[in-house]
Design a protein around this ligand. Structure first.
Ligand SMILES: C[S@@+](CC[C@H](N)C(=O)[O-])C[C@H]1O[C@@H](n2cnc3c(N)ncnc32)[C@H](O)[C@@H]1O
Length: 469
């Protein structure tokens, strides 16, 4: 299970290519899954990647892209279904690119995710028999996401649509509800689209870079039920926006704020730099790790609150902090891990690129009366080496691309006793762990996978390292 997705160079003149015909219909058995969630089979001794399949399936596949060493297949027919296959609980699962694994039994998803971590540690990290714990599976494998950001579009009849892009395309799959979102967000999704239509606000066209409203975002505090609504628009000129925002606040008692984010750039990035609160408040309240948090609409917060908490509990129990330690939380966001951990150490320092997230982290510390914590805005690769403290523990939780090389080099110089590396991308995590563990600097004590993203191929993992004496 879990084949890293490789795309070998295209040797157009390789004679073996001739044995593959684009458009050919072939029958194959699926025996593996890639990191991206596609099934893997073999045909004429070479690899075929097929979305929407699962190990144990015997399928008929159209070869839609043919390369010398691999082909991309499109599932045409399931000849014999794997025992791991289930009927998707989402009515648009066959089209929508939001989830990759709606057709896979949850127990098998968990097995495949743990295996993804093991494979990455072995193949990329070079660890033999890595110490990977059983995965922390989720109690609820649906209705778990606390946040949704939908691109907007128009139907041929001109109706406003919101949803996720179709697999491998920029064609929008219109949704009125999404089974992996917190169900309390669904009524807003269906009705707000209609209001945008009634207001006559132009919908952004990414090809032409014309129109106004680009995305509709919804975020909910799982424990408090408070909801934030955010519109992302090319400019702030939406007639009647204040009235409409107030109308939404009146209509949905659980909605606590409506914001407008302005993104005037021709970019794939969702949010622009400026966010204005239009009605209500700019943040929602949430409870996490026994603490109170305020979270704005555009700042990072883990999408599965309960699972993030379950991983936090593992981190706390593994670290067994005694109260005398200095802890650095690099890539700290709004203080999600920093603040619960600060209560268990002498001093905590959070580092984060986004100044808005740092401002919220500071505020969250104040809200909870936590005074032994300091936050600093800036890139970890620059800030970490300028700190004058000697940390005992460093927690890393970088974005998917992993840590900048300079961060790893600084860690190898300052040599904290322990490093916890939390990641949602096993491949980059394994790459970075290899660097930290080379020449016997650190030892991988334990890797703890957790499912933060049921129905998708993504997996979270906390790796615990100890300095070798
Ligand atoms: C995966 S999130 C983790 C946030 C936090 N630990 C949490 O669990 O909520 C990664 C965070 O790193 C921040 N970030 C990205 N690149 C960074 C960099 N070069 N230096 C500092 N922070 C960065 C992002 O803004 C984001 O808040």
């Amino acid at each position: 299970m879990s084949t890293p997705r490789t795309t070998p160079a295209n040797h157009a003149t390789d004679p073996t290519t001739e044995q593959w015909r684009q458009g050919e219909l072939v029958e194959i058995e699926i025996h593996d899954l890639t990191d991206g969630g596609e099934g893997v089979g073999r045909f004429r001794e070479r690899v075929v990647f097929v979305p929407d399949t699962v190990p144990g399936d015997r399928v008929s596949v159209r070869l839609v892209l043919v390369k010398p060493q691999y082909a991309q297949g499109k599932l045409m027919q399931i000849i014999e279904a794997s025992p791991n296959r289930i009927r998707p609980r989402c009515i648009v699962a066959d089209k929508c690119g939001g989830c990759q694994w709606q057709h896979i039994d949850y127990a098998y998803q968990l097995k495949a995710k743990r295996n993804q971590v093991i494979q990455a540690l072995e193949r990329i990290g070079g660890f033999s028999e890595p110490p990977v714990e059983p995965i922390l599976g989720a109690e609820a494998d649906l209705a778990y996401r606390n946040k949704a950001t939908y691109p907007l579009g128009r139907s041929q009849a001109g109706q406003v649509q919101a949803g996720y892009y179709q697999k491998g395309s920029h064609h929008l799959v219109n949704l009125n509800q999404c089974p992996i979102q917190d169900a309390r967000l669904n009524p807003l999704l269906a009705e707000v689209k209609q209001d945008i239509y009634q207001r006559g606000w132009g919908i952004y066209d990414e090809k032409q870079h014309r129109g106004k409203v680009r995305h509709l975002g919804l975020r909910i505090g799982r424990r408090t039920g408070e909801i934030l609504l955010i519109l992302v628009a090319k400019d702030a000129n939406l007639s009647g926006l204040e009235d409409q925002a107030q109308d939404w606040l009146n209509r949905y008692p659980e909605l606590v704020g409506v914001s407008l984010n302005i993104n005037s750039h021709k970019t794939n990035a969702i949010f622009g730099d400026e966010t204005r609160c239009i009605a209500g408040q700019s943040y929602l309240n949430e409870k996490f790790g026994g603490l109170q948090f305020q979270i704005h609409a555009t700042t990072f917060f883990q999408v599965y609150t309960e699972q993030a908490e379950a991983l936090l509990r593992k981190v706390i129990s593994q670290l067994d902090l005694q109260g005398h330690e200095t802890l650095i939380d690099a890539y700290c966001g709004v203080g999600t891990f920093t603040l619960p951990l600060a209560k268990r150490v002498k001093q905590a320092i959070g580092l984060e690129l986004q100044p808005e997230a740092i401002a919220q982290a500071q505020l969250n510390a104040e809200l909870n009366g936590i005074t032994n914590v300091a936050f600093q805005a800036g890139p970890v690769e620059q800030v970490l080496r300028t700190l004058s403290v000697q940390p005992d523990v460093v927690l890393l939780d970088p974005p998917r691309k992993g840590c900048d090389r300079a961060v790893l080099e600084t860690l190898l110089q300052i040599q904290p006793q322990r490093i916890v590396y939390v990641s949602c991308k096993p491949a980059t995590q394994a790459r970075d762990l290899k660097i930290l563990c080379q020449e016997g600097n650190y030892r991988l004590v334990k890797a703890q996978p957790a499912d933060f993203f049921p129905q998708t191929a993504h997996v979270e993992c906390a790796a615990f390292l100890e300095r070798q004496s």
